[in-house]
Design a protein. Structure first.
Lengths: 288, 403
């Protein structure tokens, strides 16, 4: 039993963290149609926010506020300053975000150095759950991630913001005619996506090392998860993440970590081939 | 819908994620070279390592020790009157960039020798370029020797780090006496961990022990929670860790958080890793040619000069001191040969010795690896490493290598 419990807990941690990253990526893609190749750098930004907070002697928990604020600020600046000019040029937007991801990596490297940084564990110690030992902080991180994910999905589905953004998506011109400032909503949506990635970075930081290139590690599974889940559907994204991160954790002990990582990608390709519109697919409606 | 990207485009572009990561590491390599002036007959060295990327944590100690040796020698008249200059390059622990930079150092900068490198994949890459250019490579990291057909035997290759018979052979019997004989191996998925595991398993079998599990992880693994549970449920006494660079630090952090019961042992542990995260590294058993805590006059003088130049708490390790030794051995050979002609001074490389901070070192005439002592130590809560056992200098053993 303890084997299964620890397997589930370990998978839950990875899934919840990658889900935050993927949800952010999905929000930006689903709502704006922009593939944000610099999304991983928002994760790194959040992790460095946690490093800054703890290394200056402040409690770690402040990072859970600072990281999304920084992420949202950077994301909104990016959207309003650059990407808003590329609304009808999605391929250019991809190239721009790809270039920006390299620029961000170099900025992080210039500011913080290439050497890995550590963030002290805010809740040291481990707890026993049905015979399995699990670090307390991982449990806290799972809970925080789940709360944020549920809140985000509800916000997108129920709030006026979510409804307006969906209206923009269905028909930008009609929405504008009805008095919606599409540009302004896009800026907020991009900020929301970036904030989700940054808070994921802050949640990961105490369990790993903070490096300028860490974003790529989380971007790849999040990316595939978004595709797999049916791009632009939050619940689909969560299923995609469970497939990507969960399966890898479960397979690794049996077939080796290297083969497991490759194998999950192969399975993802097969799944996409069989269900090109995502694992859960209704007709062609984006996000809702 | 014209401005929206269709699902198919998204799929097609997904491949770009990998490309993004790749280009990221390429650009990371643009460190400005610090070319010195120097007389025409001076000694010009290339220093190549991963200042960025997976092994970045080890670069500072390696470079600073190298630079310290150059500065000290120049202050004392250089290499037999020749001023030593150097060119510094970053390969981001990426073999493609190692090849590019090795080519640059050999053909464009025309250095007399290249010193540095951490990961074996960097060494393998550099050796596809440098011997052909008749530019000797001085590799300063402990490694797998000739296991798994690694490139370790070449007239233009000198290793100043340890090979398995120097680093692992003394360690396993010590573990048998002091910790236990049941092992679980966790390494990065490349030639160093897999090659050294071969020697480990031979030694464990000779002591009547067993290896309960063996797992290798791709570079950049960020979660080791599953293997941590497996180590404990296997009942292993020793968790034998050969993860590289950042991944090793990640593992230590998580092993500490999960409260791993098995004793952590690593031939990669040294003062730099211990200093990077003392909380997580405390208690780890290490086996190296050098720890800061070695009590000799040569080491005291070295540490004094090192802290004066780079700060009181700047850590240094066997990789660094081996780089320091490499510069001194090259300078001594050049001085003895009184020439910077490669074949002339390289003919003297095994005829010189150096009283280094790690003890007397000498390059073997048989295989051009280095005779050095070994120390077994344990990381303390303050990040220092206390020496538990010490073995005399032994010849490097590379079966089948006769130069």
């Amino acid at each position: 039993l303890d084997v299964i419990v620890s397997l589930l807990l370990n998978a839950a941690f990875l899934v919840s963290v990658v889900a935050l990253v993927a949800l952010g990526l999905g929000v930006i893609y689903g709502l704006l149609g922009v593939i944000n190749m610099a999304h991983g750098e928002f994760v790194a930004l959040g992790a460095y926010a946690a490093f800054l907070v703890t290394s200056s002697g402040m409690p770690y928990w402040l990072a859970l506020i600072l990281a999304p604020v920084l992420g949202m600020g950077a994301g909104m600046a990016l959207q309003s300053g650059i990407l808003s000019r590329l609304v009808r040029r999605p391929l250019d937007a991809i190239l721009v975000t790809l270039g920006l991801s390299l620029v961000f990596q170099q900025i992080l490297q210039a500011v913080f150095g290439a050497v890995p940084r550590t963030v002290a564990n805010p809740t040291p110690g481990a707890i026993e759950i049905l015979g399995a030992t699990f670090p307390t902080f991982r449990l806290v991180a799972i809970l925080i991630a789940v709360v944020i994910i549920v809140a985000t999905i509800l916000f997108l589905a129920r709030s006026e913001f979510g409804i307006v953004v969906r209206a923009i998506l269905q028909n930008r011109e009609a929405a504008s005619v009805n008095g919606v400032n599409a540009g302004r909503y896009s800026v907020w949506a991009f900020g929301l996506g970036a904030a989700l990635a940054a808070i994921a970075g802050a949640l990961i930081a105490p369990s790993t090392n903070v490096t300028p290139l860490m974003g790529a590690t989380y971007l790849a599974p999040a990316f595939v998860a978004v595709i797999l889940g049916g791009a632009g559907r939050p619940v689909g994204v969560l299923i995609g993440v469970a497939f990507m991160a969960g399966l890898e954790v479960i397979l690794a002990p049996y077939i080796g970590a290297t083969v497991a990582r490759a194998g999950v990608l192969v399975l993802a390709i097969i799944a996409i081939r069989l269900r090109p519109n995502g694992l859960i697919s209704e007709k062609r409606d984006r996000f809702a | 819908m014209a401005q929206q990207i269709q699902r198919r485009d998204f799929l097609r572009l997904a491949g770009g994620v990998g490309a993004a990561a790749f280009i990221g590491t390429s650009l990371a390599a643009c460190a400005p070279p610090t070319t010195g002036g120097g007389d025409k007959d001076g000694l010009k060295l290339g220093f190549l390592t991963s200042f960025t990327g997976l092994e970045a944590v080890l670069a500072a100690a390696q470079f600073q020790s190298f630079e310290l040796a150059v500065n000290q020698l120049n202050g004392a008249g250089g290499a037999g009157g020749r001023t030593i200059t150097f060119v510094k390059e970053d390969d981001a622990a990426d073999s493609k960039q190692t090849i590019e930079k090795a080519n640059k150092l050999a053909y464009s900068d025309r250095v007399n020798a290249v010193v540095g490198l951490v990961a074996s994949l960097e060494r393998e890459a550099a050796l596809t370029v440098l011997p052909a250019a008749k530019t000797p490579l001085f590799y300063t990291t402990y490694y797998e020797g000739s296991y798994l057909d690694a490139n370790a035997c070449d007239p233009y290759y000198v290793a100043t780090g340890q090979v398995p018979n120097q680093q692992i052979d003394p360690l396993v019997p010590w573990l048998t006496d002091n910790v236990g004989t049941k092992y679980f191996v966790v390494g990065s998925d490349y030639i160093w961990p897999r090659g050294t595991s071969i020697r480990l398993k031979e030694l464990v079998a000779a002591d009547g022990g067993s290896v309960a599990g063996e797992q290798y992880f791709p570079f950049g693994t960020t979660d080791f929670s599953q293997v941590l549970r497996e180590i404990d449920s296997s009942g292993a006494d020793v968790a034998w860790i050969t993860l590289a660079g950042t991944d090793f630090l990640t593992f230590l952090t998580q092993a500490h958080q999960f409260g791993l019961k098995a004793k952590l042992v690593s031939i990669g542990m040294d003062d730099v890793f211990a200093h990077a995260n003392p909380d997580a590294a405390a208690g780890v058993i290490a086996s190296q040619a050098y720890f800061r805590s070695i009590e000799t006059d040569a080491n005291a003088a070295f540490l004094d000069a090192y802290s004066t130049a780079y700060g009181a708490d700047a850590p240094v390790n066997a990789i660094g001191v081996a780089a320091y030794n490499a510069v001194h051995l090259i300078a001594a050979a050049v001085e003895k040969a009184d020439s910077v002609d490669t074949d002339t001074w390289m003919a003297e490389i095994s005829n010189v010795e150096f009283d280094s901070p790690m003890g007397l070192v000498k390059v073997s005439a048989t295989n051009q690896n280095t005779t050095c002592a070994n120390y077994i130590g344990e990381v303390q809560a303050d990040g220092s490493i206390s020496i538990l056992s010490e073995s005399a200098a032994v010849e490097p053993d590379l079966p089948g290598c006769s130069l």
